[in-house]
Design a binder for this molecule. Structure first.
Ligand SMILES: [Fe+2]
Length: 340
């Protein structure tokens, strides 16, 4: 699609696209979205134009396109000039309320056998050309990725994580090495107890996004991990249990974390959705659910809906089970997958 022609009107500038569609951009919007060096800082890409302090004279003096219609220029009566790129105009061609990007649901998996192209890559592949892109694509597609052949040290694991993003701090520290022999464990995760499928940080306003685990030394029986596609459960419930799905989109369940000197709490529905009803985030942790009480009939409906989710997440045939070995690093999307 490219720009065929333009036409000035009182309402704004009409852009006629090669696919026969027409967009009418208001003059004020065009000026506010100018990408010229003066209006948008060339390095920081932060808006510099002040559209509000003083009334701007948005009388148009001249409008034109450059040679290949890659940029639109507007000269205003006050002699200032706006410039907008084809790319910006094209992606803004249809008005729509801004909203969060949904999780991609092209590769949902209701059982490990449904995982197409198993998301595994070697350490060499990751540190090579386009390695990070492949790594990210796997996470977006399936919700997790395994990196094999990594050096089995804490330093190398930290380095690997920092190649991809900065490491966020949490109540448990930043990057940390731990075992199941702590005397006063902060969390069930540091014990030998089994943990039901859950997402982490339901008590945080901003739950961890990507989480990475590496078993550096293994000298015990058990310790298997399970991953479950929460997005696949969401889509199953949307189809088969629409009323329960609706409830889990609406009730903001409190999650809590309590220690002697710490109290954390946040509220989120199991399914956080955008304006189009698409899933942005799945949050579920029955262990960390804080007390709340609805009207009796609503409470009953909530328990039913929550129970459906719980039982689907606990179906063993949904769970991808694996045992981490030194050298294999797993990263998963905590906004999509549950783990146990
Ligand atoms: Fe966890």
């Amino acid at each position: 699609m490219n720009i065929k022609s333009i036409n000035s009107t009182d309402e704004g500038l009409e852009i006629f696209w090669s696919d026969s569609n027409v967009s009418c951009f208001p003059w004020f919007w065009l000026r506010d979205h100018s990408e010229s060096f003066v209006d948008l800082h060339p390095d920081t890409k932060q808006r510099q134009i002040d559209s509000f302090s003083e009334p701007l004279d948005n009388t148009v003096n001249k409008v034109w396109l450059d040679k290949n219609a890659q940029n639109l220029y507007v000269k205003w009566e006050d002699q200032s000039e706006s410039c907008l790129s084809y790319g910006l105009l094209k992606c803004m061609s249809t008005p729509a309320p801004p909203q969060s990007i949904a999780l991609q649901f092209s590769d949902l998996w209701n059982s490990p056998s449904e995982i197409k192209n198993f998301p595994e890559m070697s350490y060499e592949e990751l540190i090579g050309n386009n390695g990070i892109k492949t790594w990210l694509e796997n996470i977006q597609r399936v919700g997790f990725v395994l990196v094999t052949g990594s050096p089995a040290t804490a330093e190398a694991t930290k380095e690997l994580m920092e190649r991809i993003a900065y490491i966020r701090s949490s109540i448990f520290g930043e990057f940390s090495v731990w075992d199941n022999k702590l005397e006063n464990p902060d969390d069930t995760a540091y014990t030998s107890l089994a943990i039901e499928p859950h997402t982490d940080g339901t008590y945080l306003h901003d739950a961890p996004g990507l989480q990475t685990l590496h078993c550096i030394r293994r000298d015990a029986e058990g310790g298997n991990n399970q991953l479950i596609d929460g997005l696949a459960i969401a889509e199953t419930m949307r189809e088969k249990h629409p009323a329960a799905f609706e409830i889990l989109c609406n009730i903001k369940i409190p999650g809590r974390y309590i220690k002697l000197d710490t109290y954390l709490q946040a509220h989120r529905p199991v399914f956080r959705i955008n304006d189009d009803g698409e899933i942005i985030q799945v949050s579920f942790n029955n262990h960390d659910r804080a007390p709340f009480r609805l009207e009796n009939n609503e409470m009953v409906r909530f328990y039913e809906a929550y129970g459906i989710f719980h039982n689907l997440a606990n179906q063993t045939n949904r769970q991808f089970e694996f045992c981490l070995e030194p050298g294999t690093v797993i990263t998963f999307d905590n906004w999509r997958l549950l783990h146990a």
